[in-house]
Each structure stands twice: as C-alpha cells, then as structure tokens.
Design a protein around this ligand. Structure first.
Ligand code: MTE
Length: 324
C-alpha cells in the first residue's frame, strides 16, 4: 500500500459525493437485504429525496441481534460518511476516493460463492443460502489499516466459523482462503495490473473459526455499500485491514498455506499473519500510533488491535517478529 500517512484534509474532505445514478445503483445492491427481508425495493423518488437530505438510501437490515459485550468496543463509532467515503478497494482504483466514485457499477445481485478444496460439501452456493440459517448480528469493532488510519465500525454479519463449518472442512484443511470477484468490466481498477488479480487473502483455520472473525454483509444498520465490499466481506478485527477481503466469490480450503495478494507483492512489508502489532514497524513507517478517521490527534496502537485477551493464545508458540 502506497500511502503511509494520511493528510487530515483527505479524511474530512466532503467533496466526494455519489451522484444520483450511483445512489440508485447502490439501491440495487440493497436488494439483497430486501430479498432476505422481504422488503420492497427503494423507489427513485425515495432515493432522490434521501440524497437531497444527505441520508443513506441503502436498505436497512431488519432483525439484527445487538452485539454482546465481548463483541462491542466501548468507543465512539467513526462517522458513517468517513467510513464509506475513504476506502481501499484497488479493484476500483488506488485513490481513497475511487471506490465510492466507481463501485456503484458493481452488480451484487445475484451473487454466489464457489466453495472448494479440502471440504466435504463443495459447490456454488447462493449468497442467500450462506446467510439464511443464521440471524445477523451487530459487531462494533476497531479496524486498523496497515497505513496507520483506523476507525470503529458497527458491522452487521455472522460468525465466519458458523458458515465455514456448514461446508464440512476435512481433517486436512489447515487454511482457508478467499478471492474477490475478477471482472474488469465492472471493476475498472482491474484493467491495470497493480495486483495479480483476483485479490486473495487467507487465514489459518483456527483464526477463521475464532468467534471474533465474521462475514460482514452490512454496516451502520444497513447493507454494505459496494465500496466497503458488498455483498460479502471478511472482518478480522485483530489483523491489519488488508486481510479483510471484499466482495468474496470463492472460499478455498487447503492443507498448505495459501498465496495472498499483499504478501506475494511485498513479503518484507506485508506478512501472512498481519496481526496488528505496534512493536513491529513497517519497513517504511512506524506502527506504534494510528489516526482515527475524523480525528486529528494520533493515539497509540494496541497489540492485536486491542483484542489480545481474546486472540493472543492463538500465537503462543510463535515468534511474532518473524511471523509478522
Ligand atoms: N479487498 C479487496 N478485494 N481489494 C482491496 O483493495 N483493500 C484492503 C481490504 N480489503 C482491499 C480489500 C485494505 S488495504 C483495507 S485497509 C480494507 O479493505 C479497507 O476497508 P474499507 O474500505 O471498508 O475501510
């Protein structure tokens, strides 16, 4: 990732806005929530008046279980506007404003995910099937990008482990990896090979099964905006944000450690584990401090992004300077 420090003007710049067309397309994204919930789709006049009022027209997700205390940080959530206008999603361009500008063209319905590798129940699974047996839950998590910006986001999703278990991974499955859609027609950033597309990420099975790891389908009470990874993304809150892969179309179980995009691109800079660690500097900048989107002063970064009590034991026998 190319930007170690974020000028505050970028974070608070509100000149980025979605034009009416892309708002309407975001409305189409929301249809996933609508089909799950049986809600009617937003109409155009509705979207236009909401746009005028500056409100989101994304579909509200009903019947979401509130986050239990262990899954809710007691810190002020980042403004929705900042979390949805300042993004990393290189499939739509490398500028922080590109995803909000261009992701409206992504068609998120219908959506399905290919499940394969070391698993008893492989196949192509419609998103609705992935979501239906479980009740959606809110999780209020810290999120720390390797570039040193951070946020607190009320995500909506379901435990990753619950979903993965349904496919019945075999005893050989030691890792699980994920791929983002590859479609340069819809994702103009993929016309340039800044990454060896598709974007790939992976976890060790015990990390994936940890109760903090989720598949997110929404944020701030509504379906995910496309720029934040609709319709299905990973959230692993104790790891740097690049592990939280967006717009997932494949889940692969393997015995061997998978190739992952940033680790392949620059192994000295981006480790496979990528656990948030203020003591291990990136070769080009310190990881000791971070700046919350919308705030001016930096604050100290916490080991495992503040989740050490819950996850440090996963790495008890590892040298975290070597396995960064
Ligand atoms: N997933 C895909 N497919 N492509 C990306 O470029 N960027 C990652 C991660 N997931 C990325 C991705 C990085 S570097 C970060 S910090 C987070 O998404 C940013 O998530 P946000 O835009 O929702 O804040």
């Amino acid at each position: 990732m190319k930007i170690p420090q974020i000028p505050e003007s970028d974070v608070t710049d509100e000149a980025v806005f979605l034009n009416r067309r892309s708002l309407l397309r975001l409305g189409a994204t929301a249809a996933i929530g609508a089909s799950l919930a049986g809600c009617p789709a937003a109409n155009e006049a509705d979207a236009a008046s909401k746009e005028a009022a500056g409100a989101s027209d994304r579909r509200r997700l009903p019947n979401v279980a509130p986050a239990p205390p262990e899954f809710r940080v007691d810190e002020k959530p980042t403004r929705e506007r900042d979390a949805t206008r300042y993004n990393n999603f290189y499939e739509f361009g490398t500028d922080k404003k590109d995803p909000a500008r261009h992701a409206g063209r992504l068609r998120t319905e219908p959506w399905s995910v290919v499940v394969d590798g070391e698993v008893a129940k492989p196949g192509r699974v419609p998103l609705e099937t992935i979501l239906t047996p479980s009740r959606l839950e809110e999780r209020i998590y810290r999120f720390r990008c390797v570039e040193t910006w951070s946020m607190v986001v009320p995500w909506i999703g379901l435990p990753l482990g619950d979903v993965l278990a349904r496919f019945e991974p075999t005893s050989k499955a030691r890792f699980v990896s994920f791929e983002t859609l590859f479609d340069p027609e819809q994702m103009p950033g993929q016309r340039r090979r800044v990454i060896d597309w598709p974007y790939r990420e992976g976890l060790r099975m015990d990390e994936a099964m940890h109760p903090l790891s989720i598949f997110a389908v929404g944020m701030y009470g509504r379906v995910l905006p496309n720029q934040n990874g609709a319709p299905l993304r990973l959230i692993v809150p104790w790891k740097y944000g690049f592990k939280s892969i967006k717009s997932i179309v494949r889940i692969h179980f393997s015995e061997k450690r998978p190739h992952t995009s940033w680790n392949d691109l620059a192994p000295d800079e981006y480790g496979f584990y990528a656990n948030v660690n203020p003591e291990v500097a990136h070769p080009r900048w310190s990881q000791a401090r971070e700046r919350r989107l919308g705030e001016f002063r930096k604050r100290p970064t916490l080991p495992f992004n503040g989740y050490a009590d819950q996850v440090a034991s996963l790495y008890a026998d590892m040298d975290l300077r070597r396995n960064f």
